[in-house]
Design a protein around this ligand. Structure first.
Ligand code: CP
Ligand code: NVA
Length: 305
């Protein structure tokens, strides 16, 4: 594995081995073994969008393994590619650091970095996908439900970056994936075609009705209605997604032991109610914690050999 840009770029065996490594390093850390596998290594993280979990979990993961993270925030400033071509930035940074992590808008920016950088590149969210989130979420599902295999994840809301990555992980790891979205906000045809080609056996369904999606769900997952970069659409989306809120009425139609997931930050009162996110079924803070444990395993996979 050179880069981690999209989950569908990888095989089931690669994902399984990565997840096993993440779980092992997590257990070891919890029992006091620090595994400082990256002493003296340098990681560069670039953010064109805001972040709390990703930024801090990346830096904490790096610190815990003995590496130094150098963070460049470009929020409100120059866009990547404006001052000089991305292929030049990628080659320059490769001379300074051992790994590059990027959060940006256009997915093509991450791909150009991966193509030109001599060091591993991690996609820490683009408009297209959020693969490290979905993989950390699989860790959380394993911890709470034993396995993701044969379970049903019902995603309620926008067919966005997080939904694409969860559907990809589900397809490769044997989890059923159902998404309920309003008309016009389904997962796009280009993605579903790629998904079907890579995971022909996947149990993957797109429906309109949120109640239908949650009826036999083991996991109910939601994300913001307007993602970063879509702020101008937020008001219109509040109306378009009104029927897609994870709330007590929807949960009453789901199995009582289903877990509730959200990648955070949550807009309480929009895609999820305060009551749902604070309920005993919610595992959102375990998800947030696993972002760090997933990065530790991913760094080990990309750098330690
Ligand atoms: N879930 C997630 O990626 O959170 P941040 O935007 O805070 O990094
Ligand atoms: N879909 C959201 C995820 C945030 C972690 C966004 O892109 O803003």
């Amino acid at each position: 594995m050179k880069d981690f840009v999209n989950i569908l770029d990888h095989s089931t065996a690669e994902l399984e081995s990565l997840l096993a490594r993440c779980a092992d390093l997590k257990t070891r850390l919890q029992t006091g073994v620090a595994d400082r596998l990256l002493i003296g290594r340098r990681l560069m993280t670039i953010f064109e969008k805001p972040s709390t979990r990703t930024r801090v979990s990346l830096e904490a993961a790096a610190a815990s393994m003995g590496a130094t993270a150098i963070t460049q925030e470009m929020i409100g400033g120059t866009r990547l590619g404006e001052r000089e071509p991305i292929k030049d930035i990628a080659r320059v940074i490769s001379r300074y650091v051992d790994l590059i992590a990027i959060r940006t808008f256009e997915h093509s920016i991450v791909k150009t970095f991966a193509e030109w950088a001599d060091v591993p590149v991690i996609n820490t969210l683009s408009d297209y996908s959020h693969p490290t989130q979905a993989m950390a979420d699989i860790m959380t599902i394993r911890e709470h439900l034993g396995t993701e295999k044969g379970k049903t994840l019902a995603f309620i809301g926008d067919g966005n970056n997080v939904a694409r990555s969860l559907a990809s992980a589900a397809g490769l790891l044997g989890m059923r994936f159902v998404i309920a979205s309003p008309k016009g906000f389904e997962l796009d045809g280009d993605f579903t075609a790629k998904h079907a080609k890579k995971c022909p056996q996947a149990d993957f369904q797109q429906v309109r009705d949120a109640a239908q999606a949650v009826a036999d769900a083991n996991i109910i997952y939601t994300d913001v209605w307007a993602s970063m970069g879509q702020e101008e659409e937020a008001q219109a989306r509040r109306e378009q997604f009104a029927e897609y809120q994870v709330n007590t009425a929807l949960l009453a139609k789901a199995p009582p032991d289903c877990i509730i997931m959200h990648d955070l930050p949550a807009h309480r009162g929009e895609e999820i109610t305060d009551e749902a996110i604070e309920s005993a079924n919610s595992v959102v803070f375990d998800q947030a914690e696993n972002r760090m444990h997933f990065y530790r395993g991913l760094f080990a996979e990309l750098l330690a050999e």
